[in-house]
Design a protein around this ligand. Structure first.
Ligand code: NAP
Ligand code: MG
Length: 398
């Protein structure tokens, strides 16, 4: 059989622990037999990040700007335990945070919907994609405990020294305060990534804040989204047959519960933190969540939303059989291959991505799945497969 050719490489970011094992199995069983795979390889495994003083992470992000498409394996974000375990020179930053900062991107998370793994919310038939703004608000807040009576003010000192003041509260007793900010540039990048991704995936875009209460802060988010939509996207949305819909956050929550899915829900930083965990657990399993980082320039980095599945890796190291779900990592590869195919006009590659996803879904729908899904499926008497046998079962169908 002739292998499918590629003209431009995909940036391949290898990772850690159990997902690194799955990564190799996926390549060996599902990709290399069919594709003349061209990747530019970066080893983001923790040991090599340490060896290069994390330069490899920066290099992989820059390569993503060059080639526009990357696929990433889950990686360890070091904490004190990991510093000891890997004898690290430093507690390196999260690779995802480093890459996101360099690409100025927004993360879109969507569940893989498959028959037999039913969402808790009965009306949900199609995936709901959450886009979380990843800068500012309460995550870069400054807080203070107010010990007793006194006045708290917001003071803005312009570069020429002029001051603008606003009273926050005249305290009569103890209390608490918080100052937070955001940047127009960051909100604009967020908005552009969301509008572009909606066009790219042909899904409606919802956005919600609390602008009726927050008349300057949240209202600025609303205005920036609307201005960018009116200026650059209205026509394209009409042509694509999709819509942009703004509402209040509480109204959005109520509507989401009654919707059938198939849309992107853009959220401010805190709302996105909370709602993405709600949506992903309601859809069934963390192991079935995909994630893609999209930059405002249209660079794409695909990955699974889950981590390196450390507990399973330690079992694997002891020689015990694991049953780790590789779906989200497979879909990271298929997402990247499809995007590469689209950008290069390589229809065969894009078609292969579709077939790989279909073979994976068919495997689960035929009752062959990993343990995490077997525990929650409505399919009677599922067959529980090991990590490797699950991938081989997909390969057989492929
Ligand atoms: P995790 O790797 O997502 O795993 C947490 C638990 O969820 C697992 O122990 C397992 O439950 C279940 N699970 C997750 N993915 C699964 C899969 N594919 N198949 C089957 N079960 C799955 O989170 P963690 O253990 O908290 O973190 C481990 C490492 O991953 C950390 O070092 C963290 O820094 C890193 N991390 C990386 C990323 C990323 O690169 N994007 C994201 C999150 C975390 P059971 O044990 O009950 O089977
Ligand atoms: Mg969270």
């Amino acid at each position: 059989m002739d292998k499918i050719r590629m003209t431009t490489p995909i940036v391949e970011m290898d990772g850690d622990e159990m997902t690194r094992i799955l990564w190799q199995m996926i390549k060996d069983n599902l990709l290399l037999p069919y594709i003349d795979l061209k990747t530019e390889y970066y080893d983001l495994g923790l040991s090599y990040r340490d060896q290069t003083n994390d330069q490899v992470t920066v290099d992989s992000a820059n390569a993503t700007k060059k080639y526009k498409v990357a696929v990433k394996c889950a990686t360890i974000t070091p904490n004190a335990d990991r510093v000891k375990e890997y004898s690290l020179k430093e507690m390196w930053k999260s690779p995802n945070a480093t890459i996101r900062a360099l690409l100025d991107g927004t993360v879109f998370r969507a569940p893989i919907v498959v028959k037999g793994i039913d969402p808790c919310v009965k009306s949900w038939k199609k995936p709901i994609t959450i886009a979380r703004h990843a800068y500012g608000d309460v995550y870069k807040g400054t807080e203070m405990k107010i010990p007793g009576a006194g006045k708290v003010e917001l003071v803005y000192t312009a570069e020429d020294g002029t001051e603008t003041r606003e009273t926050v509260h005249a305290f009569e007793g103890p209390g608490i305060i918080q100052g937070m900010h955001n940047l127009n540039d960051s909100i604009e990048s967020f908005a552009k990534s969301c509008f572009n991704y909606a066009l790219d995936t042909k899904q409606d875009l919802w956005f919600a804040t609390k602008d009726t209460i927050s008349k300057q802060y949240d209202h600025s988010f609303k205005d920036i989204f609307q201005d960018i939509f009116d200026a650059d996207f209205e026509g394209q949305f009409k042509e694509a047959g999709i819509s942009y819909f703004y509402t209040l956050i509480d109204d959005a929550v109520a509507r989401v519960m009654k919707a059938d899915g198939g849309f992107i829900w853009a959220c401010k930083n805190y709302d996105g933190d909370v709602m993405s965990d709600m949506v992903s657990s309601a859809f069934g399993s963390l192991a079935m969540m995909t994630s893609v980082l999209v930059s405002p320039d249209g660079d794409y980095e695909y990955e699974a939303a889950h981590g390196t599945v450390q507990r399973h890796y330690y079992q694997h190291l002891k020689g015990q059989e694991t049953s780790t779900n590789s779906m989200a990592t497979i879909f990271a590869w298929s997402g990247a291959l499809r995007k590469r195919g689209e950008l290069d006009g390589n229809q065969k590659l894009a078609d292969f991505a579709d077939r790989l996803e279909q073979a994976s879904l068919d495997t689960i729908e035929a009752g062959e799945m990993t343990k995490d899904l077997a525990l929650i499926t409505t399919i009677p008497n599922p067959t529980v497969l090991s990590s490797e046998d699950f991938i081989k079962a997909i390969a057989k169908r492929l």
